[in-house]
Design a protein around this ligand. Structure first.
Ligand SMILES: NC(=O)c1ccc[n+]([C@@H]2O[C@H](COP(=O)([O-])OP(=O)(O)OC[C@H]3O[C@@H](n4cnc5c(N)ncnc54)[C@H](O)[C@@H]3O)[C@@H](O)[C@H]2O)c1
Ligand SMILES: [Zn+2]
Ligand SMILES: [Zn+2]
Length: 378
């Protein structure tokens, strides 16, 4: 089959690789209908995840059709159209039973954290979804069968695998409530969805920050948020503190390792003292109100030199983080889309054949061609 493979720093290649097979009795194979590129794939592309081996099949967002099932699979049948959450989760450990499927205790033999498709040995060494076929373990738990009468487009359903539940979890986990002022750092696909969901939760004011003008323009036009380019406004934290009268109730960081990196951070990252840029976390700390909440949903590396812990502590700020669980959120989010409570389609900017993955990664990385979410079709 064809698959997108990691070839080293800023290099991916569509290659012919061996088809996956059923390995365990509750595995299924799906024929991928559509897959997409996430900001997290860029962390691998940037070489920031050292446990990524050459030829790893990448990608963790897919919907498709069940092609083959293991002998113990009851939840889905051949031919079903399914949404595959980005996390690989068993369904019966403590974490899966307590709505933290992203920290499943069983699915990652390599480490103590949960697992995901196409995210290197760090997250369990599972093949990724940017391919013609995908092996899906624990098929009695995680796939969401799309009802036959569903009229939603595949590209929209695809957002349920990752970006939409991630944004929703950021809002829920950070405790956004009606009347709140919410600052969303990053206006990539995850940030844009987080802005939409902040309004739905009843926020009174939603403010977006990004260094890329077309992304801010998109946020302003479609999500009616106030926008700020932190590179053009040198005193942005002061400005934001002033206009919010002391800081936001909640600041949600949808940037993570995609953050603009300073020269010194590059050196620290190479020396493994630092897990890439920390600019967005610093902005979050500087713009949250006393007693407010910072939610990091952008993914961060392991170490951060000179992390300003005291600035968080002394102002009674709560710092929340983590990999978003998806499986338990799907029925509610599917219904929201079906009932037209939310329309996320505007964040899809490109639909390309899987063969053009190299080009797709290049424009997503360089923020070319007004790129937001890219869909790839095998
Ligand atoms: N926690 C989870 O479960 C989970 C799941 C999916 C994605 N993510 C993470 O969410 C983040 C966003 O994903 P995406 O697909 O939207 O990626 P993206 O790379 O398209 O978006 C990041 C945005 O942040 C902007 N940015 C860079 N530096 C900034 C700064 N200092 N302040 C404000 N904005 C800044 C970029 O210009 C870009 O628009 C990534 O880190 C990704 O890994 C986390
Ligand atoms: Zn992702
Ligand atoms: Zn589990």
């Amino acid at each position: 089959m064809k698959a997108v493979t990691y070839q080293g720093l800023k290099k991916v290649k569509v290659k012919n690789v061996e088809d996956p097979t059923i390995k365990k009795e509750d595995d299924i194979l799906i024929r991928v209908g559509v897959t997409s590129i996430c900001g997290s794939d860029l962390h691998l592309y940037h070489g920031l995840i050292p446990s990524t081996d050459k030829d790893t099949i990448i990608g963790h967002e897919a919907i498709g059709y069940v092609e083959e099932i293991g002998p113990n699979v009851e939840r889905v049948k051949k031919g079903d159209k399914v949404i595959i959450p980005y996390t690989v989760a068993c369904g019966h450990c403590y974490y899966c039973e307590n709505q933290l499927e992203s920290q499943c205790n069983e699915s990652n033999e390599e480490g103590e954290i949960g697992a995901a498709y196409g995210c290197s040995r760090l997250l369990g060494d599972y093949d990724g979804s940017q391919a013609e076929l995908l092996r899906v373990p624990y098929a009695n738990f995680s796939p969401f069968v799309i009802p036959e009468d569903c009229e939603l487009e595949d590209e929209v359903l695809l957002l349920l695998t990752d970006a939409l539940p991630v944004a929703n979890w950021a809002i829920e986990h950070s405790g956004v409530k009606p009347g709140d002022t919410v600052i969303v750092l990053g206006s990539g696909p995850v940030g844009l969805l987080t802005q939409k969901l902040a309004w739905l939760k009843g926020a009174e004011r939603v403010i977006a920050v990004d260094p890329v003008d077309y992304r801010l323009a998109h946020a302003k036009k479609t999500n009616k948020v106030e926008t700020f380019n932190f590179e053009k406004d040198k005193y942005l934290p002061d400005t934001l503190k002033e206009i919010t009268k002391g800081g936001a109730d909640v600041v949600i960081d949808c940037v993570g390792m995609s953050g603009k990196i300073k020269g010194v951070e590059v050196i620290e990252t190479v020396l493994r003292l630092q897990g890439a840029a920390m600019g967005a976390v610093t902005t979050a700390i500087e713009t949250v109100k006393k007693g407010g909440v910072i939610q990091l949903i952008g993914i961060y590396g392991t170490r951060y030199n000179a992390f300003p812990l005291g600035d968080i502590f002394m102002r009674n700020v709560t710092l929340k983080t983590g990999l978003a669980p998806v499986v338990h959120q799907l029925p509610t989010l599917y219904k929201m889309l079906k009932d037209e409570k939310l329309n996320p389609k505007d964040i899809i900017s490109h639909k390309l054949p899987l063969d053009q993955a190299e080009y797709a990664y290049d424009i997503f990385n360089k923020r070319d061609d007004n790129c937001l979410k890219i869909i790839l079709k095998p």
